[in-house]
Design a protein around this ligand. Sequence first.
Ligand code: NAD
Ligand code: MG
Length: 382
Amino acid sequence: MKKITILGSTGSIGVQSLAVCKNLGYEIVALSANSSIDQFEAQVREFSPQYAVIADEFAYKKFADRISDLPVKVLCGVEGLCEIAALSQNDLVLNAIVGIAGLRPTIAALQAGHDVALANKESLVAGGKLVTELAQKNQVRILPVDSEHSAIFQCLNGFEGRCKPKKLILTASGGPFFGKKRDELQNVALTDALNHPNWSMGAKITIDSATLMNKGLEVMEAVWLFGMHPQDIEIVIQRESIVHSAVEFSDNSVIAQLGVPDMKIPIQYALTYPERHPCEVPRLSLKEIATLTFYEPDTETFECLSACIEAITRGGLYPAVVNGANEQAVKLFLAGKISFLQIGELVHRSLNEIDCSMEQYDLDDVFRADRAARDFILREVM
Ligand code: NAD
Ligand code: MG
């Protein structure tokens, strides 16, 4: 029975991770949430963690009062998140926080010598070099939760150190606006962008899927996780979200991972690795699916994707810039302040506004680049 800390337990991945842990009989050491007090209180009462962190400092007192009858230590802020990420009791830390807010806790867990099951792609995008170097130095694993990276990880299983893949084939659903051109996307409503055809996810990643920023973030994530050059990562639209990604070897043999589109499979594999256990998801019936369709992505319409490929190809802190620019732009789109197409335009322009080509940088530089990108977006819009 493993002992797990889940960061971001009230989110889409967090809730599914708790369900997987419950099914596996894993013990919950600590949980965290940002500000959704009611849901978090219910989770703390059900799973009896030793620690509960409420990231939003304004919600801390109210939350602490609510659960004062329980023998749980309540902490707050990013310090609290880093403290539970580093607890000696942890066998594994699952990071399901959204955004760059996940970066410091990821580093705290790796620094403490814990394996990290990583859903928080932004921490790998913005801090990929620092995060992967730290994992290597401390000989701990980053186990991907993102379904595409879990697929690649599963395809590569057993080949480590024996044959390096020639290409990674990263699949994408194409999102709700697949096939549409810029003129058809002028007046996209928020509700349309939040309506993903195959996956039910948090708001930010759902918008990222509609703009294809999500695929761009995943290219950068794959570069760091699997040590690949961006040009060796091919993106293919797979409309049904059944082929979760694939790996091509030097002999042109391709190995893919398939399954129903349900995040419980990659979440559970990251938790039980290297073992497999029965999982509460439906079987994949290829006979029922019958047809799988594949297409080229449209990088002209979906500018975020081309911006991300350019950022990771340029290197330095450019990935942190496009990530920060996108986080700020998505916030503004969700608040009704900018249009759908403006997200891509602004993310693209952020690449040319901020010089971030340095190869040597530390964590403070990453946050500075993130801040500069956010400030650029705010200046452009306000
Ligand atoms: P979500 O918005 O549903 O949940 C986010 C969680 O993070 C919540 O628990 C929230 O309380 C917490 N949080 C938000 N802001 C915070 C802050 N500033 N500090 C600390 N905690 C904060 O998001 P999600 O869809 O579960 O996604 C989580 C991460 O997993 C994202 O990085 C996303 O890209 C990635 N991911 C999600 C899916 C999915 O199916 N939802 C799939 C692959 C990868
Ligand atoms: Mg994904």
